[in-house]
Design a protein around this ligand. Structure first.
Ligand code: ATR
Length: 277
């Protein structure tokens, strides 16, 4: 059978784990796809989309720096992607390019796996970039009690809070304003090779809070180590990566893919890949 092309576009793209993740699913589920990584510079995005269309691609994953700028180039945008203001997955179907955001659903799946629910909880988002926007959409979808944005650059937190009808808060407010909040690191702080950094100082962690990191390399960031040391529940970042990818493959294939079953082998595969680098 003729295999349809899938791929990820971004820059830099060399260290993306998506080819390993998606190729595993393609082989495991015997899907008629082939998945590759493409280095695409900012100025080449338009040509890349047109090219993928012309070549009969089934879909694309989209990563930095294209997640926002791809939106006006697509024919349709899913409502959640529109709310988030970012697209990480594109489906080409009958000449129509539709943009989705599976990051926020991947985040929610990773919480479900860890038995964490944001409904009626106070949620604190550290960071005010693209990743923070996806987390905010997820918190809204789950009807969090309050969504509070805390960012190094306060003005950015205030702008985002205004745009998304949330609150902007200071670091000190996190421990003073809530009895049991869910705190999510949506910055890149603590990511390899800067593993000695944390977005919150050690003294700011509380036992009855829940701490979630979107950074997945290392698996247990200093942020999560501090949380554990305080006796708090933690959720690692690798689940979000895996589940956003599974949902992308569901969109392209039209199949429902079992998350519980595919999570352990995929987790091991990606950890091995990261250790190899
Ligand atoms: P992304 O789209 O991946 O979220 P981004 O838009 O560049 O990336 O956002 C990065 C976020 O991480 C920002 O909120 C940034 O804070 P600033 O707005 O102050 O730049 C935050 N961030 C990055 N490095 C940081 C650091 N060392 N300490 C605190 N926050 C940091």
């Amino acid at each position: 059978m003729l295999k349809k092309q899938l791929g990820i576009i971004g820059s830099p793209i060399k260290h993306s784990l998506s080819p390993v993740l998606q190729s595993y699913l393609i082989e495991k589920l015997d899907l008629p796809f082939q998945y590759s990584a493409f280095e695409v510079a900012k100025n080449d995005l338009n040509a890349a989309i047109e090219g993928a269309k012309a070549l009969g691609f089934r879909g694309l994953n989209v990563t930095l720096p294209h997640k926002q700028r791809i939106m006006p180039l697509l024919d349709e945008i899913d409502a959640f992607a529109l709310e988030t203001g970012a697209v990480n997955t594109v489906l080409f179907s009958n000449g129509v390019a539709t943009g989705y955001n599976t990051d926020l659903f991947g985040f929610l799946d990773s919480l479900r796996l860890a038995d964490v629910c944001m409904t009626d909880r106070d949620v604190v988002v550290l960071g005010a970039g693209g990743a923070a926007c996806a987390i905010i959409s997820a918190a809204k979808k789950e009807s969090a009690r309050s969504i509070n944005i805390c960012n190094r650059t306060r003005e950015k937190a205030e702008t985002l809070a205004k745009k998304s009808a949330c609150r902007s808060i200071d670091i000190d407010d996190i421990t003073h304003s809530f009895d049991n909040a869910i705190v999510i690191n949506a910055t890149s702080v603590g990511m390899f090779p800067d593993i000695d950094e944390t977005p919150l100082p050690k003294a700011a962690f509380r036992k009855n809070f829940i701490y979630i990191d979107i950074v997945y390399n290392p698996q247990e960031t200093l942020f999560l180590q501090h949380a554990k040391a305080a006796g708090a529940k933690t959720v690692r970042g690798l689940g979000m990566l895996i589940f956003q990818g599974i949902m992308g493959m569901e969109i392209w294939s039209g199949l429902k893919i079992n998350r519980k079953q595919n999570w352990p082998p995929l987790q091991q595969l990606l950890i091995d890949k990261m250790n190899h680098h």
